[in-house]
Structure formats: C-alpha cells, structure tokens
Design a protein around this ligand. Sequence first.
Ligand code: UGA
Length: 437
Amino acid sequence: MKITIIGTGYVGLVSGAVFADWGHDVVCLDVDQEKIDMIKKGVMPIYEEGLEELVKKVIDEGRFKATTDYKMAVEHGELIFICVGTPSNQAGAANLNYVFNASKSIGKFMKSGEYTVVITKSTVPVGTHQKVKKNILEGAGKKKVDFDVASNPEFLREGTSIYDANNTDRVVVGSDSDKALNMLESLYKHLNAPIVKTDLASAELIKYSANAFLATKISFINEISQICERTGADVVNVAKGMGLDSRIGPKFLNAGIGYGGSCFPKDVEALYRTSSENFYDFRLLRGVMDANERQKEYFLEKVWNKYGKNLSNIKFGILGSAFKNGTDDTRKSVAVSIIKSLRGAGANLLITDPAALSNTKNELGDKHINYSKKIEGVFKDVDAVFILTEWPEFDSIDYEKFGKIMKKKVIFDGRNLLDPETMTKLGFEYFGVGRKV
Ligand code: UGA
C-alpha cells in the first residue's frame, strides 16, 4: 500500500519505518528540514532502540522516503496518517493546532478523483475527527475530493516501540466508512492480534481510557505504598500477591515516585478536561492526578526528614533522569522534577543516565550539577545516592564496591529497584517506597 506519515516524532517515525518493513511504500513528512536531513542520512532525531538500523534498512530497500515536500507526500498516500504532537495547552487540554494545520495541508494537496483515507494516530480528544474533516475540506477549497477520516490510536511505548508495533495486543480502528475500515484492516491483518473495528468517537476514547486506566493502576499501587509505610507491609509483596490474580495482572503495579512522560500526565489531564466539558466530574481521575503529585512529595519528605530543608553542604549522586528506562526522553520526568527540588534546596548533584544526559543538561544546565557518563562518578564522596529511573543497569551495580567510595552509605530508591534486606546487610541506610526495611 502507498502510505504517507505526517510528523516524524516517536509515533510517526516508528510507524513509518515499521510499515515500510512490512513491505509498504512509505513517505514520511515533517515540516522541520533539519529533522528530515538527519533521517535521510540515517541519523535518528530520537533515541529508540533498533530504529536507526530499521530506517537505514528500509531506505536502502527503497521503501522509505523522508521529505518536507507536502505536495509530493500527500499525492503519494492512499492512507495518510497524521502523527503530529498534541501537547497540553495552558488549560490542560490537548493543543490540536498541529493536527488541524496538517489536515488543511492534506486537503490542499489531495488529488481530486483519487480516494484517500486520512487517519489520526495522534492522541486526540473525542470528537476531533469532525474537525479534521472540516479542516481537510477547508484546505481543499473548491476542489472536489474523495476521502474518509479514520482513527487508529497507537499504543506503543517509548523504548520498546518497534517491538510493540509488531507485537501489539490489539489494533483499534474507527471510522463511519466500511471502505476505510477494510483498508486499515488489510494493513494490520497479518499481525496476530484482534482488530477492534468501531466508530470514530469510541476509537478516540479507547486511547484515553487505556492510558488513564494504566495511570490509575500506578496511582493505586502508589497509594497502597503509603498504607504499607504506615502499617509495616511491603508494597512489592502486596503487588505480587495482587498481580497474580489474572483479572488484575502484574503489569503497571510498580510503586515509585509517580508516573511521568509525554503521555500519561497529558492524557489523564485531557480526559478529565473532556469529562468536564461534557458536564461530568470524573472524580476518580482527580484522585489519580492528585495521588501522582503527592507521591513525589512523600518521597522528598524522606529527604527533608533526614537532612532538613537546607541541603547546601550536601552532595547527592543521582542515578537516572529519563522519565523511564529505555529512553532519552525527559519530558515531564518525575526524576527531573525531584532533581529540581533537591537543587532548589541547595544540594550539589552528580547525575548519570544511560541515555538522557544530553536532554537533562539542556533542561537543567550545570549550576550545582555535574554530569557523569560513568556510573561510578556519582558515588564518589556523596552523602547519598538516589535511584530515580528504573534502568536495569542500576540494578546490577556492585553496590558493595561503590559503597566504599561514598561519604555516607545512604540510598534513596525511588523505583524500588533494590532489595532492602540486601542493602541493609551491605551496611546501607535504605529508603524505598512502601518497602519494609
Ligand atoms: C504510554 C503507554 O504505556 C503506551 O501504551 C501509549 O502508547 C503511550 O503512553 C502513548 O500514549 O503514546 P510511555 O509514555 O512510553 O507509554 O510510558 P510507560 O511505559 O507507559 O510509562 C509511563 C510512566 O509510568 C513512566 O514514568 C513510568 O516510570 C511509570 N510507571 C510505569 C510506574 O511508575 N510504574 C509502573 O508500574 C509502570
């Protein structure tokens, strides 16, 4: 099939490369010339395992082109996927300007007499499809165009996106046109996954509901971690016992410093906003957001309790600044937010992260912060070490060895990566989240 992708962020670039790998003829468009030049040279504008190799492969095989030429890109695709960003605006709603601008341009360059399906893959609030349609028609002006709109939300996770795209649990496609639904079905039918064919509004809502539910699961276990701390229970054992119930499942039950990233905080907020706009107060979501905010504060309280709120003579080592492992992304990273609070209280910081150091440096600068590529660097002469991102690399550190170069053997484990008993035996003072020490 001839496929066009508008937007080369995580979703667009990964989807484009994966579709090309499935044998389709793909053109990826971005308005950012610098990004397109990088992609053409096989240099990825984002860090995602396996992406560079995959893009190079499909470029060499002649099935993947990157361009800034809207006319060429739109004329190419029988399926045109809108994959541009939908960041939160100041009021917490999704900013849809990029989606609407893309829709207008699609209308402007769409060829008359050729049927096209325009699909939103970006996460957009319920009802956006109607506005997408309106903007396409506006862009087309007096020209007669033959198209349908569809929704095909993406469920891939940063860090494992190529694997996720090939091994999805389900595909969701929404449209009021059977022709469009059938074309999308034939794109995905080789995957061994159920395809949920539905109306546009339901497809749009499925995406928000899935992300909000996962965020709810995290906030739930984080609330349980607070009960654990107050009763002497251990949240890792509680989560294990809960997760073995097949109705609950073990995933997204890791208590920690709260969820972050470019999706959960934005999508939970946008769903709450949609509910309010439709005259419904989604109380549960308010609780989810509130618990997430508080979880970070509770973690910081452990630091204030030990050192007070003036940390000017204190030096901390920080393991991890990415919003989760497997990515260089620091957008809405709770780790970064905690780092800011520690520095705000006057602490000197040494930070390491396997992938996110450059993004962290761009965001935080280097006042009172040193960055170390080597893990060892953040242990030297520090008063405590903080684990803020769940990188498996931090699990396999030789803490016995590195403990010896610390000024004080103290660990704040914001991701419950380590075993409290082992750490205590090694002579560390251990602070986890909801752990029994
Ligand atoms: C999330 C969803 O998992 C994807 O299905 C979805 O496609 C994507 O958003 C999106 O909407 O584009 P992602 O943001 O990459 O994916 O990250 P997750 O792996 O879901 O993690 C989100 C946050 O929750 C991270 O800060 C992570 O550290 C935290 N988390 C996750 C926990 O605190 N505990 C857990 O048990 C799991």
